[in-house]
Design a binder for this molecule. Structure first.
Ligand code: HAM
Length: 440
């Protein structure tokens, strides 16, 4: 017996309906916001994540699944989706075909070697979106509105959008100097990693899992207080759009995000639901105006976000979110070996015509067969045995009304389709929606 790897999980058939429904809702909202799906590989060259997410981030320095392949190349299982989408955007020169803003979404597994707990996995699913080609705060607002629309479509209510700006290049340089100044007398009190980060990437000290929340970092200067005029105007315009769209948000001066590529806007969504546990950040995102150029493309700005789908699923538990029920139109009971060829041909014809249909493969007794009908939620049962074969008929039972009929076997498909098309409370005699003439 083998066991699944730590930090991974199986989605079993009983739960798959919820996942499919979640994905369907997200895809429908994506159409509303004019996003197109993009699918990029799970495996990328390790260098891609070092350049984009950043060498000194926790994700790259501690959490990636890296391996050297047989061709001696360094590969990484993607820890997030943005880097791969930007790589693809640049490599396929999608920017060259751009007429307006390019908007892409993706869904799929990501891998981070983290300490597993509820809502934190080593293989997890993200739904993410990336929009390229405009530095307008209107696009930041549109992206945030898109994320919020997904939550509304899913009827998840108790959430807060946390919003901040870490500024443009000029703001970041100012802020970096202020932060270094402030931290200088405290460096010795920071954790070992943060002492290195002080030299290499001081902004990353702010999202340190060890020092975070402590007094040194709580009193540190905040990026929002060091914005250049241009960055401040960008942020003010963004909040103006959000206000106009009646999208609630909280300005969170401590929010910096744990990835290096961000510029200006950063945001997260937290859900306040018991079903989530400690990992209640269901989404993170922001603007990244240099990433396309850093990965070899032209100077094209970008902005995006990613939901953690397991965390969304936990949030959905609180509102008893259900998938679409599993059901069959038809269950065929073949009685006797001599009827099997005919039966399989009937079944195949029904399926080719679009009916959801199945048959008993296990030669169960009648009790077992009826159990399968119930488990499959079949609306009609067709019974085909030796007598029916001789008469060229098939017996039909409507599981909803209990009505039984014998019909010519070649009419099986048409009969079921006609029955399924009848309005729910139509007259049994003439099929009309509501019929006083036929009523006794
Ligand atoms: P991130 O904040 O690293 O951002 O991840 C986004 C979301 O993925 C998190 O808010 C969380 O819900 C989920 N998540 C992250 N790690 C795990 C884990 N170990 N287990 C379960 N869920 C997890 C990004 O990945 C950026 N690429 C987002 C982005 C897109 N920014 C711009 N465009």
């Amino acid at each position: 017996m083998y066991h699944k790897m730590k930090g991974t999980y199986d989605v079993l058939p009983d739960d798959i309906g919820k996942w499919q429904k979640l994905e369907k809702v997200i895809k429908n909202v994506s159409r509303l916001f004019h996003y197109q799906e993009i699918r990029t590989p799970i495996l990328e060259h390790s260098e891609l994540f070092h350049r984009s997410v950043g060498e000194t981030t926790d994700i790259v320095s501690k959490e990636t699944y890296d391996f050297v392949d047989r061709g001696k190349r360094a590969n990484t299982l993607r820890p997030e989706g943005t880097a791969g989408v930007v790589r693809s955007y640049v490599e396929n020169k999608l920017y060259a075909q751009a007429i307006g803003v390019d908007k892409y979404y993706y869904m799929g597994p990501m891998f981070r070697y983290e300490r597993p707990q509820k809502g934190r996995y080593r293989q997890f699913q993200q739904f993410g979106a990336e929009a390229f080609g405009s530095n307008s705060p209107m696009l930041d607002a549109d992206v945030i509105a898109y994320a919020v629309a997904i939550l509304r479509a899913l009827k998840i209510k108790d959430v807060t959008v946390h919003l901040n700006s870490i500024g443009d290049d000029a703001s970041k340089a100012n802020y970096r100097a202020a932060l270094l100044d402030y931290l200088k007398p405290h460096v010795g009190d920071l954790c070992h990693d943060c002492q290195t980060r002080y030299q290499t990437n001081p902004l990353r000290i702010l999202d340190c899992k060890i020092d975070g929340g402590g007094p040194i970092l709580s009193n540190a200067p905040k990026p929002l207080d060091y914005l250049s005029d241009a960055a401040k105007a960008h942020f003010d315009e963004l909040t103006g759009y959000l206000d106009a769209m009646k999208i609630d948000y909280e300005i969170d001066k401590n929010l910096v995000r744990g990835l290096d590529y961000y510029t200006d806007t950063v945001f997260e969504v937290k859900a306040h639901l018991e079903t989530l546990g400690a990992q209640n950040t269901i989404l993170g995102g922001g603007r990244y105006n240099h990433l396309v150029a850093d990965l070899g493309g032209p100077d094209v700005p970008g902005v995006g976000f990613a939901f953690g789908l397991e965390r969304l699923m936990f949030a959905l538990e609180s509102i008893n979110f259900q998938g679409d029920p599993d059901y069959l139109h038809l269950y065929l009971m073949i009685l006797g070996d001599a009827q099997k060829q005919d039966g399989m041909a009937m079944l195949n014809r029904c399926r080719m015509g679009g009916l959801l249909a199945d048959v008993d493969f296990l030669d169960k007794n009648m009790k077992g067969k009826w159990k399968q009908v119930e488990a499959a939620g079949a609306r009609f049962v067709a019974i085909y045995g030796a007598n029916e074969k001789e008469a060229g008929t098939v017996n039909i039972k409507d599981q909803q009304s209990g009505e039984e009929k014998t019909i010519p076997k070649h009419q099986l498909y048409n009969h079921i389709v006609a029955e399924l098309m009848k309005p729910a409370d139509s007259c049994d005699s003439c099929g009309a929606d509501s019929c006083e003439d036929c009523e006794e």
